[in-house]
Design a protein around this ligand. Sequence first.
Ligand SMILES: [Zn+2]
Length: 248
Amino acid sequence: MSKIIKTEAVVLSKLNYGDSSSIVSLFTKEYGKLSAMLKGGRNPKSKLSLIVDPINYLEVIFYNNPSRDLQILSNADIKAHFPKIKEDLDKLKYAHSVIELVKNLSVEHEVNKKLFSGIVRILELMSDGKENPAVSFGRFFLFFLKELGYEFQLKKCASCGKTNLAGIELSYNYEIGILCNECSINYMENVTVNPELFHYLNCLKKNESPGVVNPDVINGAVTFLENYLKHHVSDFKGLQSLQMFKEK
Ligand SMILES: [Zn+2]
């Protein structure tokens, strides 16, 4: 039996279906990630087809039938459409990276209100905040890893327990965690974490301002987190959005 449901949602993707419809992936506040059919969703004159578009934050009404893979979207109202993101390629690239992570790595129908609020908050920050969107994305990436169950630990050396790690050369072993310079020789396949990257990751984790950071460190941190995620989730091949928007 279908039930009419109203909830908040962020649009993750939209694909053409048949001659006139679309299939959308939504991350909803109360029902987690789900797919829905938008009948007539490709009609350019339809208000719904304009509203139901990736990155938009909506209030949606749909017919929910848990025995079906695809729900039927019947109506939507806009809560935020983040125009400042859409007019800035750099912001757009990182906003797409946020929704790409959620689309590919969150579990269908798994409710996570904290993640839902986190997505809305980071899109608002990217839209209206003054922060470099790459830094905002780094904050989201660390938060998202924690929600996935792969939290980063940076407080102490994972081997000897040494706590004062600032300002020294460190390394990271994807299985074990952060390692001080003395312990790193005991493990294979470590990634170097220089003091700047360590400081930056710590600021992101504690939600503090990192101050002025070299762009190489900001980009290096994203690559580092991508590799960390690839190590834990074999299906994850890296962020396509970052490749798609790469400057030529
Ligand atoms: Zn150590």
